[in-house]
Design a protein around this ligand. Sequence first.
Ligand SMILES: [Zn+2]
Length: 472
Amino acid sequence: MASRVSITFWGAAREVTGSMHLIETDGRRILLDCGLYQGKRKHAFERNRNLPFPASSIDAVILSHAHIDHSGNLPSLIRSGYRGPIYATSATRDLCVHMLLDSAHIQEEDVRHVNKIRRAQGKRPFEPLYTREDAVEAINRIVSYPYHVPFQVADGLTVTFYDAGHMLGSALVAIDFDDGSESRRLVFSGDLGRPGFPMLRDPEHPEGVVALVMEGTYGDRCHPSTDQATDRLKEVVLDAVRERGIVIIPAFAVGRTQQIVYRLNLLHERGEIPEIPVYVDSPLATDVTEVYRNHPECYDREMLEALFTEADHNPLGFRGLTYIRRKEASKALNEIEGPAVIISPQGMCEGGRVLHHLMHHIGDPRTTIVFVGYQAQHTLGRYLREGAREVRIFGRPFRVEARVEAIDGFSCHADQHELLGWVRRISEGGRLSSICLVHGEEAALATLARAIEELGIGPAVIPSRGETCVLA
Ligand SMILES: [Zn+2]
């Protein structure tokens, strides 16, 4: 009889943050992702600090991609005593160098501010969630494997990375369990990308899948095409040129920022927009863009040609584009006159430099704020996107005179149609017998589950946090 394989969902279960799933078989424990949970401050801190299992009981960690909601709690795992390997693609490792150190810096800064107040009140200071030393140790433990090269994680347990097409280095994780009597394959989608998406290759379709753990962020929605999204961006830029306005694009430093820069370069090269100043205001985005140049193995043909065939051409660094690291240079942007585009983190406007730009320009009707990514509940980004006319920034009220636009076509997550197309291909071999949906709000996952069942595949279950499913 085949050994029992179970999976317990400890994060991104009926929500979109803190991806973390625990696989157990024959006394071995493998962690899929170890993402930072983002939410209300105190609750988030408690949840990230108190792992639901002893860190030292884990045998190996497998990381799907570098986004912080998938990788960002690895230093906590180290701090709690984990000393095993962390498997990832080499691009994911190189991105994690910057992302985990940046995240550790934010954790330390956060606590420094709080502790200043606590000390003045004679209270005991808090410890940060983790430090740069923890992040460095996490990076030190990452072992890289290329796509399509199977590697053994434990006896009878082999892992292969396939391209997820979601961001640089993103992987679908295929785990083959072989106990001598039977071989079964579980695939974890991580975050699934979109076919035809610029720069990256299309998501792959591993074969022989028996059990699937699949994301459903946009399980109830369809995106406009990337061409439509690029056209919309063009209109926004042309309006700004006409009105001498500022366009603020809150974007995550990794992935989305590079996509927007790539499109702006494309529009300018085609002569569809004039040359206007574009600022990427983020030290992290600046570092990460360098990492992009070091990983040609992750690109589609078009991007490779743009990067390496045309001599003086760089789709991520064109004339008029300035990458900003220093705080003073960022502050100087407060004084600039339009037209200009400022791309600045943080994508959901919950912190970071974008708040200063919003504070300075949100009251100007010539400003356009363009959302290009997912906005979680209870974030400033979500309030603005839903049409709030007054918002609080750094505790102060501001009237929203700026126009607010949302361009969903830039999303690097598959939409409902694309998710269904992918799962249909995965099911073609006829072996797929269990599907668990994760990484989505409840309504999105419920809609996706119904749509999957209508295809005659399934059933698809939607586990809650802490729930365990046993593989058939
Ligand atoms: Zn992601």
